[in-house]
Design a protein around this ligand. Sequence first.
Ligand code: FES
Ligand code: FES
Length: 408
Amino acid sequence: MSAIDLTINDKPVRNDVAPRVHLGDFLRDTHHLTGTHLGCEHGVCGACTVLCDGEPVRSCITFAVACDRRDIRTIEGFDDDELMTRLRRAFSQHHALQCGYCTPGMLITARDIAQRFPDADEARIRLELSGNLCRCTGYMGIVAAIRWVLDDLKLNPLARPVPSVLPAAATSAGNTRATTGFATFDAKRTGPDPGAGAPDAPRGRPIQDAGPSGIAATASDRKGWTAIDDSFVVPFPLDRVWAFMGDLPSVTACLPGAELVEHDVEKVRGRIAIKFGPMSANFAGSARLERDDANHRAVMRGAGQDNISRSRANGDVTYALMPEQGGTHTRVAVTLEYMLQGPLAQFSRSGLVKDFVRRMIADFGARITARLGGDAAPAAEPASSKFNVGAMIWSVVWGRIRRLFGGR
Ligand code: FES
Ligand code: FES
């Protein structure tokens, strides 16, 4: 058992909890907050959605121990929330529920949509809602209710504006804070990171400043985008790493699940396969690489679509190289900014997914090191093999547990 301290609906609580207990069971069984419904318990239906530090998460795939020092809000915790009050009224008026099983998750997601997309049209609402399943209503009433609230907000703004849906996580400039388990740090921060290898290494945001080359900064103010900064060190000199990073087939070979279809010097078309529990995605798309040789910075801008789930992804990967240890090593600072739309969108902003992305970046660094060292084994892995997030879950969870106990 582990002791956790957290806030639930503004009330501080402390409990001993077994590591395997998920947040949904913890809320229902320990705190009798049975408004959080459990449907699939696989992260698919969205019935169990609650807010964690202001962001919607699926409580059935969020471990309670991972919520230590977090702020949780369940459907019972919105009584003083004017936006939720309007949504509830609209759901009633527009017959947006029948059995009501999906409704707590629907309402929390609807509130998130209303905050993030005040100008959403019906297509956008349906897209953002596609991670919540309802087996009764046919969605017409739900979409109509959300549209009604969005229209109403334009005529009658909230008396007391709701804090940003990501109060701690997204600034007005749209930067999303990257969270790694129990340590939370601002993506703009340049100081030491508990997860970084070198304690004083520069991180993230500085590479987004437009350099003398004119490579544009990544757009950190894009609504709905998530930004994650990380870095890794490879034991090779900067020039060698820079040359390697310009070789698109070699770089692709270091990305788990990625497959290159065609490329020239700066454009690439390919696929990346990802498996997340019961959900599989196979994104096909293209990207363009802009390189600033003088400053050893580059940005890869890409977009793709998964034809099975119809989810769409847009992403920019910015990386900057810096010499370390007298030039024998190179630090690669990576900023990943992405937006997912469609059924997979609701997975994109949880702390767990951010941890997976960080682990993916670390894995990428290890593969580059192996390739530069002449080890072709990682590239020999079948390109079509999926990047199995499920297989990585234990390493991520274990990493969180180690951080809980102060280890690294
Ligand atoms: Fe959590 Fe279905 S019960 S997503
Ligand atoms: Fe019954 Fe949505 S109202 S599942």
